[in-house]
Ligand binder design. Structure first.
Ligand SMILES: Cc1cc2nc3c(=O)[nH]c(=O)nc-3n(C[C@H](O)[C@H](O)[C@H](O)COP(=O)(O)OP(=O)(O)OC[C@H]3O[C@@H](n4cnc5c(N)ncnc54)[C@H](O)[C@@H]3O)c2cc1C
Length: 397
């Protein structure tokens, strides 16, 4: 079981040649995913069922919690390893959004802020991949401005009551619980600091509605409704009024995983685009012999490798707890989204009309990669971050 070998977190130094451990990890994950393959994902998408068998096959070998400490049944290999797992899953055509959310965001938050009881109850299952927790911050009225979140937690008779709505929340259909960002309702009726509450998906008062999406992935997106959902205090991670700092501790892992999924999809698209350009003949030679076809693919390959490098750097810095992890994670997410989009777009172009036929497996990658420019954090908000934090420019909002 590669994911559980006993090592400490990855070193801060970036290894440019993959270690044997990383190579084995990637090969094993890729091998499992390819057994399921595109047909499996298509069937799940068409039937509406979650890709549970694939998740379980990966989890049973220890891959869905490789970043979680070994003492909580994870692999103890850090975000670098989870990022490699996420990239291989996506490169095999099986992208799973819950890996961005459950082990990366919620797992990372629990490692830093969970009480011993919360770690026992939630982190152990996340480490083993047997518990899946979705993550809900987005609200229709607040949008990117998390200071305007309106979902509330009100103290009532020794417990809390959760009220409000969230939107575009991924993977709830296959999750055991949702980690919800909500603000404390103060005695004067106002809203205080954010807290993070873990809510069971079947809690009374918690309902959801599926959002029809263009994205042709196996995971679904939901609007969530909380109507006086009762929560014990032990459900608050980081305590009442834990603040956005607790939430932000999940954001760098989220960006790193978002980047990994994008580079995985990009790899798959380029593989298909280049294979087609090598074989397809229109003027007596492969179309890839025309620079008009070859150069866009080559450019995309360069962008892809640059993005992969920045993603590896971000994961290494994060795992080492080194400064610069936030900047690198944002840059990686930006670069990977753009590279992934270019890879898919150019592979489609190289395919001519076939790029739009479902049979060639490119059009169903399009919305999955295009969404990376907007979620989990938009291109514009990453540029805002870099302008402000890397370049010292004034904040505009
Ligand atoms: C497929 C999918 C899955 C998702 N999964 C989840 C999930 O699991 N959990 C979750 O909580 N959320 C999830 N989201 C929500 C996602 O994180 C948000 O859609 C995203 O962060 C953008 O926020 P918004 O939609 O509110 O856009 P808005 O905030 O309304 O922004 C609209 C546009 O304006 C731009 N903009 C806004 N403010 C500024 C500014 N100050 N400067 C420059 N430009 C600005 C934005 O970049 C964007 O382009 C998902 C979304 C999608 C599409």
């Amino acid at each position: 079981m590669v994911g559980r070998v006993s090592t400490a977190a990855a070193p801060a130094a970036l290894s440019l040649i993959p270690s044997q451990e990383e190579t084995l990890l990637r090969e094993a994950v890729s091998g499992i995913c390819r057994q399921f393959g595109r047909e499996y994902m298509q069937q799940k998408r068409d039937s509406g069922g979650p890709p549970s068998e694939l998740w379980e096959a990966l989890a049973s070998r220890g891959y869905m919690g490789v970043n979680i400490p070994e003492e909580y049944d994870g692999g103890g290999l850090g975000m670098a390893a989870l990022s490699a797992v996420g990239e291989e899953i996506a490169a095999a055509g099986c992208a799973l959004l819950l890996i961005v959310v459950s082990p990366a965001i919620v797992g990372s938050i629990l490692v830093r802020h969970g009480t011993p009881e919360q770690k026992e109850r939630w982190l152990r299952g996340i480490g083993a991949g047997t518990t899946k927790v979705a993550f809900a911050i987005t609200e229709a009225d607040a949008g990117t401005n998390s200071h305007n979140l309106a979902t509330s937690l009100r103290r009532d008779d020794g417990r809390f009551l959760l009220n409000g709505q969230k939107t575009f929340i991924s993977g709830v259909e296959d999750a055991d619980a949702v980690c919800v960002v909500a603000r404390t309702r103060t005695s004067d009726g106002g809203l205080g600091l954010p807290s993070l509450a873990i809510v069971d998906v079947d809690a009374p008062g918690f309902t959801r509605q599926q959002i029809p999406m263009a994205v042709r992935g196996a995971d679904k997106q939901w609007t969530l409704f909380f109507d006086d959902v009762e929560l014990e205090e032990e459900r608050l991670v980081g305590g009442e009024n834990g603040g956005l700092g607790v939430v932000f501790d999940g954001l760098n892992p989220e960006r790193i995983m978002g980047a990994s999924i994008s580079t995985g999809i990009g790899r798959l698209a380029l593989e298909r685009g280049a294979a087609y350009a090598r074989e397809r003949r229109v003027w007596g030679q492969p179309i890839g012999a025309h620079q008009g076809v070859a150069h866009p693919l080559a450019e995309a390959k360069i962008e892809l490798e640059l993005a992969r490098l920045m993603t590896q750097k971000a994961a290494a810095l994060y795992d080492a707890g080194a400064p610069g992890a936030g900047e690198a994670a944002n840059m990686a997410k930006y670069a990977a989204a753009e590279a992934g989009i270019h890879c898919v777009d150019r592979a489609i172009q190289a395919h001519g009309g076939n790029g739009f036929a479902l049979e060639y497996g490119l059009s169903d990658l399009w919305w999955g990669v295009r969404v990376a420019r907007t979620a989990p954090v938009s291109r514009e908000m990453v540029l805002n971050y870099v302008a402000e934090h890397s370049l010292g420019l004034p904040k505009s909002y």
